[in-house]
Structures are given as C-alpha cells and as structure tokens.
Design a protein around this ligand. Sequence first.
Ligand code: ADP
Ligand code: MG
Length: 629
Amino acid sequence: MSDIIQLLPDHVANQIAAGEVVQRPASVVKELLENAIDANATEIKLIIKDAGKTLVQVIDNGKGMSVTDARLSFERHATSKIKSAEDLFLLNTKGFRGEALASIAAIAHVELKTKQEEDDLGTAIEIEGSVVKSQEVTVTPTGTSVSVKHLFFNIPARRNFLKSDSVELRHITDEFHRVALAHPNIAFSFYHNGSDIFNVPQENYRQRVVHIFGTRTNEKLVPVEEETEVLKISGFVGKPEFSKKTKSEQFFFVNQRFIKSPYLNHAINSAYDGLLKDSYHPIYFLNLTVDPKSIDINIHPTKTEIKFDDEHTLYAILRSAVKHSLGQFNIAPILDFDDQANHFNTPYDYKDKPVETPAIEVDRTFNPFAQEKIPVSPFSGKSVVTTKHSQTGFKSSGSGNSWESLYVGLESKSNNSDSEFSQMTFESEAKDSSIFDEAAIETRKSTFQLQQKYVVSTLKSGMLIIDQNRAHQRILYENFLRHITIKEATSQQLLFPLELHFTPNEIGIIEGLQSELEHTGFVFSEMQDKTITITGVPVGVPESEVSMILEQLISDVENDVPDTNFSTTDLLAKSMAKSLAIKNGQSLNSAEQEHMVNSLFACKEPNVSPANRPTFITMAVDEIEKKFM
Ligand code: ADP
Ligand code: MG
C-alpha cells in the first residue's frame, strides 16, 4: 500500500490551532488586550461592532513592532517573550506561546498597523485566512492597532455556533473587566457600535473597582493587605452583608493574571464562616503576587487555571488574611457610637434568630382518632389566601382547589405504572367502590407538619409525605409559566419606585428577560447603565424579595448560558419559583398545609419539582405493617 500520511499545510494547521485559542469574539478581545499590555501600553482602546462578530479592534500606545517583527508576529510559535523552555518559569508577560495572532489571522480578516517610537513611519499588513494580502509603509502613531473583522468567515459552522449579540457582548465585557481590574495603572476605553461603554483613566485599585462595579461598591469593600515571604496579597473583600447570590464579583489575580481557583476560593469562603446566608457568595477582588518560579501557568490552554508549588501554605495565608480584615471590620462599628443600627457584632447566622425555649412541637389540630365528618365544602380557599405564600402562588378558587383534585390527579396518573402514588391508591382494597366515600374524605383533617419541612397527610391506604419546599416550587412554577405564556399576570404598584443596582452585564441579562418578567407582573420604568427602577411587582411578591429574586435569576441565567437551547420562559419560572417557595424551617398552619396538598395535586405534574426531584413520597399501610413484624 502507498504512503498515506502527509503534513498538513500551514493554513490548515493554523485553523485547527485557532479552534483552541479562539472560541468566540471574547477570546480575540482577551488576546489582543494582553498583547497590548505586554507591549507596555499605558492607554488601550477597545472598539467592537456587533458584539465582536463584525469587528474587534484594539489600539494601544505600547512599544510597537519593527517591519520584520510585524510580519513575523503572524507566524505560529513566533514570540518575543520566551527564547527557551526555561523562560517559562520566569514569565511575567501574558502571552508566550506565539499562537494568538497566527490563529486569529487564520480565521478572520486582520489589519495590523504598528510603529515604534524611534521610527518615523510604521507598517501596515493585511491578512485574510493566513494569506498576506498587502504589506506597506504607513503613517501611524507609535503603538499598535489590530483590527479583526469577519471572525470565522471561513468556518461557517463556528460562526453559526456563536450566541446572540447580548450573550457574546457579555463574554467580551467579562474579559474586559478582568483585564481592566488587573491593570488599574492602564487607562482603558471600550466602544460598542459607536457608543462609549466604558472609559477609565489610570487610577488606583479601589477607584478601578468602583469604576467598574459602580459607586455603591465603595462602601462594600474591606481592604486586605498581607505580605509574607512567599506571597503578597492586596485588594478587597466585600462586607458580609453585601454578599451576592451570584459569583459575578469574585476576582482572583495572580501576578496580574485572572485565574479561577476553587481551592483558593474555598479559603476565602471559609474565612467568612458563619457570616454568610445560605447560598450567598462573598465578593472579592484580590491580587496575589508570587514568585513566577513558584507557579505553572502552562497547564490550561486558556490560562485561567494555574498550579501553585505550595497550595496549602497559600490557602492558610489567604484565609487568615481575609479573616483578619473581616475581624477588624467587625470591631470597628462598636466604636462608632452614631451607628446604632449596626449588626456586625453577631454573625449573620445568629443575628435574626429570636431566643427561644426549646419546645416539643405539638400540632393541636391533629387527632389521629378523629371520627367526626367534615362538612361538604369546607375548603373555600378564603381561609388560606391570607398568608403571604398563598397569595404568591396558591390557586385560591375554582374546583381545582378542592380536595377531590388530589384524586383527579391520581386517576390521570393511574396509567403511569411507575408512579408509586397511583399504584398505592388503586392497590387498596377492592371493596371500596368509591374513593370519594366518607372514609376517604375523613383523611383530609389529618395533615401535620414534620420538622417544619414535610407536610404529612394520611391516605386511606397509607401515608403521604410532601416536601414543602419542592411542592411549593412546583405550584409556583406552573403558576408563573401560565402567567408568562398567557400574559395576564396582575401587578401591584409600588408606592415608591424601587431602585436596584447591578453591573452592566447583569442589567443586560435582565433586559434580555424584560418582556417575560413583565408578563409575570414586573413593571420597569428604567434600565440604565447600572440601575434598574421598578414601579410594579407581581401580586403577592413582597418588595423586600425583589432584589433577591433578580439576583437569583441572574445567577441562574449565568449558570445556564452554556446550554444551547434553554427556554428563557422556563428558566424564569423556575428561578422565581425557587426564590419564592416556602423554605424548609417555615411552619405552616393546618389550613396552609391542606392548601398545599390541594394545590400540589391540582398541578399538571405534581410528582416532581421543577428541578425534577420528587415532591412527595408515600408509605403504604402494608409497608408500615411490615415494620412491626
Ligand atoms: P505571544 O503573545 O504569545 O508572544 P502573539 O501571537 O499574541 O504571541 O504575538 C506574537 C508577537 O507579536 C508577540 O510576542 C509580540 O512580540 C508581538 N506583538 C503582538 N501584539 C503586539 C502589540 N500590540 N504591540 C507590540 N508587539 C506585539
Ligand atoms: Mg499574545
């Protein structure tokens, strides 16, 4: 047989390599910004069009390139930053692989203009899909400008894979924030489709953080400074009460490089021990400086992960530095006599807990021997809609609300053989001709709450145990879905407009969901740069919960973006249901318990929560009997 192996032509190899370096416009932004920083620029301008799909341009006032270097910069493995493998351990530049420009030029139209200080004239080069189209002498300021147009023009599959402009813009803004935060000593500006998104001068770190995340951020920050032989830490952590549902304001930089480290993140979280509410994350902007020899940044192609020589020591130092800062901050308010309302002295976990005598809970309405008959229609719903949660989600009228609906649900489920619940009921003694006989109705009275977590109800054939949180999520979820799709939710007008502050990215997410949110009953009067003004909320949603609901929503969207075909409606309904559902630990009176049971079984899919977890379990009498044997 003849030989079949051949070397790939350069432009094909470059295209393949490009796939690793360039996933989306944001990757181009990152590489170009990093090159500008490596060239010692003090001013960097980022210009994009159509979320980078049409144009990404970075202009810097750095050291520029000579004619030869300009041409060489597009060759693969062409770099001025390392000469030998040993240099990898002394690295203080962002780039070093010499791959970025070659990769980008393989999959886009690139125009480079560059000039060095000492030269009068500069160089202009145009490359399309690795092919040099022109190279000439040009008049241009000192520094470099790289324009990348029509990204993925020769890889349609990649191009089609790109997300909506708002999603791609969000990725770009994320990269931009990371770079801008790591380099407060550089002035940055950022333009999208001709409008000015961001413009910051050279400034100190606190100013930079505040510029990016809004003036409100200033009061949230506690400085952290620590210097040891192996490590220097500087930056800020957030006061515990400003922790967020999202991790969007957690930034770690190691030698001015943004990194993700679950391990070090854990160190910070543990410093907040007892100070955070459940599922809230601290905010932090921390810069670690270590000897470049002690890290290996080469383990991840997009370089957001690094390996440290001595992680355990870093962990300990970081944790204690953050704890120390938080501790100082905790003490400070005691000396501040004006601030009567401070609550920093008690860890959050304990602050809101009333002092209570331990007691055995007795549900006085529960009588296992009850014999009396229940009046024909005792469940008008009126008695229960007065509670906050009933208003937000429980159906308060209609036949679906009656106890019978429990059985209606059962009947429709009876062909579903893996529904434990249906099996059970229909397994029950055949002599009961009707499941609506008096004996069955009697069971209505018998609900009680177990550990403020489960609603237990007796059934003819056994026992039903409902997870109150999951069940309520299911009820609210179907309710919200209905409202969003039929667009008829009612909203309650707020007395005073509610102003909430978010980062521009977060505002972008909410904007993307604006019409769905309005269908649930939200009314937005303004969405600006960093502020959202709300004048109406869905009926029954307490004003105090609004900020939490939106934060949860943002966090859910952020975590969901990688999934290609998520439905925003579904996501919104799930997210709001999660935020508003009755939590474990909340006690419910017997009317509320009954209402929950009724509403759950009036749902289309009562068996599972929106996250597909079981909402209830049943225990048949014979199972119970077995336990007594
Ligand atoms: P790397 O950054 O890994 O070296 P790149 O492909 O990003 O690889 O860049 C190749 C080379 O081109 C760099 O090493 C640098 O010498 C030069 N270069 C790229 N961008 C600039 C710039 N904005 N200013 C000056 N030189 C640059
Ligand atoms: Mg580079």
